[in-house]
Write a new protein. Structure first.
Length: 247
């Protein structure tokens, strides 16, 4: 299956869905599904809900260069399964304003988001990787937070569970090398294959608590026996948005 059209058609047929059924589940029009299966470019924004409706990874559906499902790769470790794309979500570093590309361009600060986002269940925060150079940062910024630019990724919060610290569509930065849990710090994590942004507290006996700032979302306590289901993506080192800035 070398093309998007082939992958979509085969996957849909294997799932036993008609074009109309798939379109309904994905919230797109039947003509969109038909056009993609015919090889017509319908824009990448439709691939996310279609991939979710089919239960496959959008990167596999889009270009075939990723495992079809999480864990499909032979011998995949948790690090393999959840590793962030190296070429996505990076930051541009500058020391002098003249170092910035297209300084006079009013769009130089914000670039398009990377279309792929991690799917999560109801009430959980979703987050999506941003294209590299989504924002320019000064070299001194990274010295101040104690992180290296190459280790940082930008992401966008989705959902209300971390309000008022992170509101829907607030941006945050994670350092992917800071995976050792520190009590009270905020992390982007996977728990049972679901992506979360949570404050993490340590408890005696190897237990941890995944805490939501929004009181409408209950805390989740994870015991030692379930720690294998927890994968730390990175520690939050910066946020930008409408919530309060200290934590």
């Amino acid at each position: 299956m070398k093309t998007l059209a082939e992958r979509l058609r085969r996957c849909r047929e294997e799932s036993g869905m008609s074009q109309t059924e798939l379109a309904k589940r994905a919230g797109v029009s039947q003509s969109t599904v038909a056009n993609i299966e015919s090889g017509r470019n319908q824009g990448s924004k439709h691939l996310i809900p279609i991939a979710e409706a089919l239960g496959v990874r959008v990167e596999w559906l889009s270009n075939g260069r990723a495992p079809k499902l999480i864990g499909d790769a032979p011998g995949a470790t948790p690090e393999d399964r959840y590793r962030l794309p190296e070429e996505k979500g990076n930051v541009a570093v500058w020391e002098h304003e003249g170092d910035l590309p297209d300084v006079d361009d009013e769009d130089r600060v914000w670039l398009d988001r990377y279309d792929y986002h991690f799917s999560a269940g109801t009430g959980l925060i979703q987050w999506e990787i941003r294209e590299k150079r989504a924002l320019p940062f000064n070299v001194a910024f990274f010295k101040a937070i104690g992180s290296k630019p190459k280790d940082c990724k930008l992401a966008t919060a989705r959902g209300a569970s971390m309000e008022p610290f992170l509101f829907d569509r607030d941006m945050f930065m994670i350092d992917i090398t800071k995976g050792a849990l520190r009590d009270g710090k905020i992390y982007a994590i996977y728990f049972e294959d679901e992506p979360l942004v949570k404050q993490v507290f340590k408890k005696p006996g190897g237990h941890i608590v995944l805490h939501s700032f929004n009181p409408n979302y209950p805390d989740v306590e994870v015991g030692p026996a379930d720690m294998e289901n927890v994968h730390i993506v990175g520690e939050l080192v910066y946020r930008s948005g409408s919530g309060f800035s200290s934590h």
